[in-house]
Design a protein. Structure first.
Length: 116
C-alpha cells in the first residue's frame, strides 16, 4: 500500500508515479483507477494547514503494473517496506475494513486486466 498527497499543480496520476518510486521503488506502467475514499479532516494540524490540505478530500485508489525491475525506494519517509498476502491475518489487521474491500476490488480488477 502506497499513499501520499498530490502536490499543488500535480495530477493524481503524476502523484501516483512519484509516490510509487519514492515509497515502493517501482516505475508505474498502465495505472488504472478502481475506487476512491472520502477523507474528512475535521481538525487540520499545523503541518496540514501549511501544506494546504483541504478539510474534505478524496483518496484515489489505483492498481498498476511495472515493466522495470524493482529498485530501492527513493523516499526518506520510508521506515519499513515488505510484501504480504491478504491471507495474512497480521497484515489484514493493519487495514480498516473499507480499505480491505477496496484492495480486494483492486486486485480483482487487476486480475481481470491481466486475463484480457
Amino acid at each position: 500500500m502506497i499513499a501520499g498527497g498530490v502536490d499543488p499543480g500535480e495530477s493524481p496520476e503524476a502523484a501516483l508515479k512519484r509516490e510509487a518510486l519514492e515509497e515502493g521503488g517501482f516505475v508505474v506502467a498502465r495505472p488504472a483507477l478502481f475506487g476512491h475514499r472520502k477523507i474528512v479532516n475535521a481538525v487540520l494540524d499545523e503541518e496540514a494547514k501549511r501544506k494546504g490540505y483541504p478539510p474534505l478530500a478524496y483518496m484515489p485508489y489505483y492498481y498498476a503494473f511495472t515493466d522495470e525491475p524493482l529498485r530501492p525506494p527513493t523516499g526518506e519517509e520510508i521506515i519499513e517496506s515488505g510484501v504480504f498476502s491478504l491471507e495474512d491475518e497480521e497484515a489484514r489487521a493493519l487495514l480498516v475494513p473499507s480499505e480491505l474491500l477496496l484492495i480486494q476490488e483492486g486486485l480483482r480488477a487487476a486480475r481481470e486486466a491481466c486475463a484480457s
